[in-house]
Each structure stands twice: as C-alpha cells, then as structure tokens.
Design a protein around this ligand. Structure first.
Ligand code: ZN
Length: 420
C-alpha cells in the first residue's frame, strides 16, 4: 500500500513539476564494506579522527558536459555557490530554515572541520599537488566544460569511460561529474572502493545549487554524495536489526521520503519503535531530500575524518638521509599515499608478528601488487619483515605504499621508510 501511495505521489510530482522523492545510486553496503567501517571506528583511526581541530581541505575538480542544444546549464556562479553550500553543510552553521514550521534551530549540525576548495591545474594540465583555491574564477581552478553530448546522460558503461578519461588526482581529490545518471539523481564511490579510476560523484546537473530540478535547488544532493565519498552509509542501511555502523544515528526501517508532505511519511516517524530515537529524517544520509536535510552527527563526523586519514589523505613525511621515519600507519589490504620529501632512493620495510606481507611501492601511480618490479616501483612478498627499495625519479614526490596480505592475516603491522 505504501509503495502504491509513493508511486501515486511520484506520478503526481512528475506531472505537476513538484518534488521527486530522492533516489541515490549507492546501494546497500557489502559485508566487506561494513567490516571496513567497523574497523575504522574500532581501531586507531578513530583517535586521529577525534583530533578534530585539524582542518581537512579536500581538493575538488568539476566536469560539465555540453551538447549542441545544452548550452551552459550550470554557470560558474552556480558552481561556486554549490561549493560554498557544500562547505556550509560540513559546518555547525548547517541548519533548517526557520520559516519551516518544523525547524528547531537549536538542533543543528556539527562542526566537521572538513572543507572543500578547487584543486589547481597547471598550464600543462596536470594537478598541482597540495594547491587549492577558494574561487572558481582563480587561474587554474579545476573546472572543465567539455563538448561531450554522450556524457550529458550516463549509465554504468559510458559513465565508466567518462571517469576513466577525465579523473584527476589521487584518492584525495573529489572529482564531480555533472552528468544525469540512469536510474538515480546521483551516486558516489566509497573510499574503500578498489577501482580508483571510478572514484568520484556523478550527479544530475539540475541538482546543483540554483538548479531547476524541483526540490533540489539548494544543492544538498552533493552533500549526501560526499558523505558516501567519505565513508558514510545510508541511515537505513541496517533496518531495525543493525545500525549504519554509527552509534548516534537512530536505526530506521526504510528510507524516509519527502519532508513531511507525503502520505505515510510524517516528520516524527519512528519506524524502529523498539530502538531509541525517532527516524533521522534531517540527516544528510537519509532519503528525505534537499528541503529536509541539514545534519551530520558527531559519529558521522568521526567516520568521515577517519576515512579521510586512512584512505584518502596524502601524508607528508620529511626524510633525512639514513634516519628512519616514524612508524607509518597502514592497514593490510589498504594502500596509502605518502609524500616523501627527499632527493634519494627510499627503502621501506614492513614487519609484522604474524602473517604474510605483500609490500608495494610506486611513485605516483596506483599500486597493483604485480609480482615483478618496474622502474619507479618495487614489490616484495613473503613472511614478515619485507623490504624493498625504489629510486626516486625526477619531479616525483608522491609515493604510494601498499600492503597486502594474501593467505595469513597480518598482525601488528609496522611500516617504516628510510632515505638511502
Ligand atoms: Zn546515498
């Protein structure tokens, strides 16, 4: 019955040009992703995350596609407004609109200390690592307009080629593709996704700040997707049986729709009455939509920050010749980007008390754990205590360090590097 009502509401919405209930292309998390998430909150990363004073700046690249009859649907000002709105969504200033009768402005969002700025592209078209700019008008701001009628709408096949050809930067760079995805308003990849070339957010250009998709003109859709990009699941992920991996988001049986205007979806819905709290209908990670969303919780903030430091950040380590680095935090089966400042060759050693270790070092490119080394990379595999040395090529600074465990899980992993 509920589904029929929703369908009727959808039909009414499409004929009247009213709000279409939200649909995100990110499905339920796999058991592997849930494990990653519980490890993220359980292990030392949560300690890093709790140090919430350090401001994280995420570099952003944006791609807009035009066809013959599709001239500049999104202006630069709209893109800048969207970035500003994204930034506001990650601060404690994100709140409901007091003109809405349901708004309780003391119950706003949290300060995440996660901010977003345009990545900077050099005249050669490469990304200037570590450089960002707040204004899209600034020289080199990573925003592209391309004549690509095929990418105005995408499905999983042409969307794959679009990302493969365009994506810029390492896992720290948020690539946003303004393309209308088949079957949803937007979707994003998780930080644990193994396919780096797919990484990013694909979003209907009409859902940009100031866009003309009814009910989505504020630009919160991007905030929802960036929540996924930083490791958050939907609040209804676990129904009433298990949570979304975060303690302070109440359990929810199924997605909430609309913002109180749809039959069967009152704002005080409590779909898991045996569990504490009413449904988190104002949370960015529910399905309520642009007009209702304004909130992240402290638990979500901790997961996003931990995800950043564990999977996305580029960490800078200054190496003195002959002086080993401090222990580098890595997880087996993960890989991490490190910027190692030195002009020498680098030898890294991975040790563990138990398990088999595959260690991989490669300048700038994605580690693939291949069995034999190429120039600019090295790999080794075997029992604990594995070392390999890689010579630093000119003008390369960012080294990927990857550790994998194939057969026996690694315990007490320690990775150190030294300039030799
Ligand atoms: Zn979603």
């Amino acid at each position: 019955m509920k589904n029929r009502l929703l369908l009727l509401a959808l039909l009414a919405a499409s004929t009247k040009g009213q709000v279409v209930p939200f649909s995100c292309g990110v499905g339920h998390a796999t058991s592997e992703q849930l494990q990653e998430l519980s490890a993220l909150t359980a292990d030392g990363s949560s300690i890093i995350a709790s140090n919430s004073n350090e401001v994280i700046t995420v570099p952003v690249c944006s791609y807009i596609f035009n066809g013959r009859h599709n001239d500049d649907e999104i202006t630069d000002q709209m893109l800048q407004d969207q970035l500003d709105y994204l930034n506001q969504g990650f601060t404690a200033a994100s709140c409901c609109d007091v003109s809405d009768s349901w708004c309780n402005p003391v119950d706003c969002s949290v300060e995440t200390n996660i901010q977003f700025a345009w990545a900077v592209v050099t005249p050669k078209g490469t990304l200037a690592e570590g450089h960002t700019t707040p204004n899209i008008q600034d020289e080199g701001a990573c925003s592209f307009r391309l004549f690509r009628p095929l990418w105005i709408r995408t499905n999983s096949v042409n969307g794959f080629f679009m990302k493969r050809l365009l994506r810029k930067g390492g896992p720290n760079v948020l690539n946003i593709y303004w393309s209308n995805p088949l079957g949803s308003i937007a979707y994003a990849t998780f930080p644990t996704s193994s396919k780096r070339k797919h990484d990013g957010v694909v979003i209907n250009p009409a859902a940009v700040t100031g866009g003309d998709l009814p009910g989505y003109g504020r630009g919160s859709t991007l905030i929802h997707e960036v929540g996924h990009w930083l490791g958050l699941l939907h609040t209804f992920q676990g129904s009433c049986e298990s949570s979304d991996g975060i303690d302070d988001t109440p359990m929810e049986y199924a997605p909430f729709r609309g913002c109180g205007e749809l039959p069967g979806y009152p704002l005080d819905r409590d779909s898991c009455p045996n569990n504490p709290g009413t449904d988190p209908v104002h949370n960015f990670m529910d399905y309520s939509g642009d007009l209702c969303w304004y909130k992240f919780t402290a638990g979500q903030m901790a997961v996003m920050r931990a995800s950043w430091f564990k999977y996305r950040a580029i960490n800078t380590i200054v190496l003195q010749e002959g002086q080993p680095s401090e222990a580098i935090t890595l997880v087996a089966r993960g890989r991490q980007l490190y910027s190692l400042i030195t002009s020498n060759a680098i030898r890294c050693t991975a040790s563990a008390t138990e398990g088999d270790i595959g260690l991989y070092l490669q300048w700038r490119h994605e580690p693939r754990y291949i069995a034999f080394p190429f120039i600019n990379s090295c790999s080794t595999h075997g029992l604990p205590d594995q070392s390999c040395t890689v010579r630093r090529p000119r003008q390369q600074e960012v080294l990927y360090i990857g550790v994998k465990s194939s057969f026996v899980p690694v315990t007490d992993l320690t990775v150190t590097c030294v300039a030799v």
